[in-house]
Design a protein around this ligand. Structure first.
Ligand code: FES
Length: 147
């Protein structure tokens, strides 16, 4: 059995990137967790993440761009907010957007200079308190901040 197939493990937070890398990328960044790809992008002061697959035709959101708190798909330009709701379909201006045009969003956060993701609908706990468990953990001190 693969780790990603153990449902309980999906209920916790995992570091997937350094936050500075998300900042430098400026656009969505692809990360992998449990053998699946996710797109992570900055939404103002916070982060957003979703399965790296557009609900329209399956394009990779990580190849799109971020702006105004949204991610835009590179294929047909559909735009999704941080909650995963489609807010713009450029080919159909003024028409209602189908409810199924929605990203598979997951929880994202940042702490210690790291980007954390939890793929469960309801995380079992918050982002772990590393200061309690630091012995034996090697982090790049130039990129991580214990605050
Ligand atoms: S595949 Fe994403 S908008 Fe068409």
């Amino acid at each position: 059995m693969l780790v990603g197939e153990i449902p309980a493990l999906r209920e916790f937070w995992y570091p997937v990137a350094y936050d500075i890398d998300i900042d430098l990328a400026d656009d969505p960044m692809q990360v992998r967790l449990f053998g699946e790809e996710y797109a992570v992008w900055r939404d103002g002061d916070s982060l957003a993440a979703a399965l790296d697959m557009c609900p329209h035709r399956g394009a990779r959101l990580s190849q799109g761009w971020a702006g105004d708190g949204c991610v835009t798909c590179p294929y047909h330009g559909w735009k999704f907010d941080a909650d995963g709701t489609c807010v713009e379909v450029p080919q159909s201006p003024g028409l209602p957007i189908p409810a199924r045009a929605r990203l598979a969003s997951v929880h994202a956060g940042e702490r210690y200079g790291l980007v954390w993701v939890c793929v469960a609908e309801y995380p079992r706990a918050g982002i772990p308190d590393l200061q309690l468990h630091l012995s034996g953990i090697r982090l790049d001190p130039a990129r991580c901040r214990l605050t």
